[in-house]
Design a protein around this ligand. Structure first.
Ligand SMILES: NC(=O)c1ccc[n+]([C@@H]2O[C@H](COP(=O)([O-])OP(=O)(O)OC[C@H]3O[C@@H](n4cnc5c(N)ncnc54)[C@H](O)[C@@H]3O)[C@@H](O)[C@H]2O)c1
Length: 269
């Protein structure tokens, strides 16, 4: 397990379910964590939890969709914690409007909904890299971790915009890994984690029946196609996260690591 003492980490979407758990784990391993989230309260909750456990964290309210907001966040992070060593691009998600369903065919999905999902996942990963990676370039080392998805490896039904946007994240992860190594330093590594299915606010409407609280047909299909036969819990991501930010992964860059209970390996037969 890595010793992250002296490292400054920015976690976008750090107020959320998966990246909140990541923020806590990084702090437990000694990092100073900037929990950056659109929701100031969510960021504060996670930062408070880290501080209550004796760790070092600040809450930063900002949007990954605004370069101005990120530059302001960087100013605050530099002043309070110092230059950034590790960036976790966690902000992302989907929403019902951008999903094909019984109520809305693919042909009727509004352009704005597709744009919302593309922007949050793609632009919202690229802009933080533009703002925070220069700290790594200045020191010739650093780590970026993006959040891809099973949906970006082979598209999942219904979530058309999300699947395309996450495929773009996997592609951008490889692009940035090569670009930074060739142009700036081979000691700046860029990888992605591709989580399988974790029951969270962004997908609950697809996986759990609102009235009966039983798995939907889609939820049941996921479980039968996940050899581990369960949804992931946020803690399931932490071993991979801690490995990727550590020197044990010094020769790992441009990789998209599935953490999916075997979902991507299973043909269904
Ligand atoms: N839950 C899953 O099963 C699953 C599976 C694969 C990938 N992922 C990905 O993992 C990441 C985290 O997912 P989660 O389930 O923890 O989501 P979540 O909704 O719990 O957390 C996302 C956080 O991002 C914040 N956010 C939204 N817009 C923002 C913006 N413009 N600027 C800054 N912050 C913003 C939200 O306030 C929220 O706190 C996402 O990229 C998601 O797509 C999730």
């Amino acid at each position: 397990m890595p010793d992250l003492a002296g490292k400054v980490v920015v976690v976008t979407g750090g107020g959320g379910v998966l990246c909140g758990a990541m923020s806590v784990a990084l702090a437990q391993h000694g990092a100073a964590v900037a929990v950056l989230d659109l929701s100031a309260e969510a960021a504060q909750r996670v930062a408070d939890r880290i501080r209550a456990d004796g760790g070092r964290a600040i809450a930063v309210s900002g949007s990954v969709l605004s370069r101005e907001s990120l530059v302001e966040a960087a100013r605050q992070i530099h002043a309070e914690l110092g230059p950034v060593d590790i960036l976790i691009n966690g902000a992302g998600g989907n929403k019902p409007d951008a999903t094909a369903s019984a109520d809305q065919s693919f042909f009727d999905i509004p352009a704005e909904a597709i744009e919302w999902v593309f922007n949050l996942n793609c632009l919202g990963t690229i802009l933080p890299c533009q703002v925070f990676v220069p700290d790594m370039v200045a020191r010739q080392q650093g780590v970026v971790i993006n959040m891809a998805s099973m949906a970006g490896i082979r598209p999942l039904t219904r979530v058309v915009a999300y699947a395309a946007a996450k495929a773009a994240i996997a592609n951008f992860t490889q692009w940035l890994a090569v670009h930074l190594a060739q142009q700036y330093s081979p000691h700046i590594r860029v990888n992605a984690i591709a989580p399988g299915f974790f029951l969270t606010a962004q997908n609950e409407f697809l996986l759990v029946d609102r009235n009966t609280r039983q798995p939907t047909a889609r939820g049941q299909t996921i479980l039968t196609h996940t050899p581990a036969n369960r949804y992931g819990t946020p803690d399931d991501l932490l071993g991979t996260l801690l490995w990727l930010v550590s020197d044990a992964a010094a020769f790992v860059s441009g990789a998209i690591i599935p953490v999916d209970g075997g979902f991507s390996a299973f043909s269904g037969v």
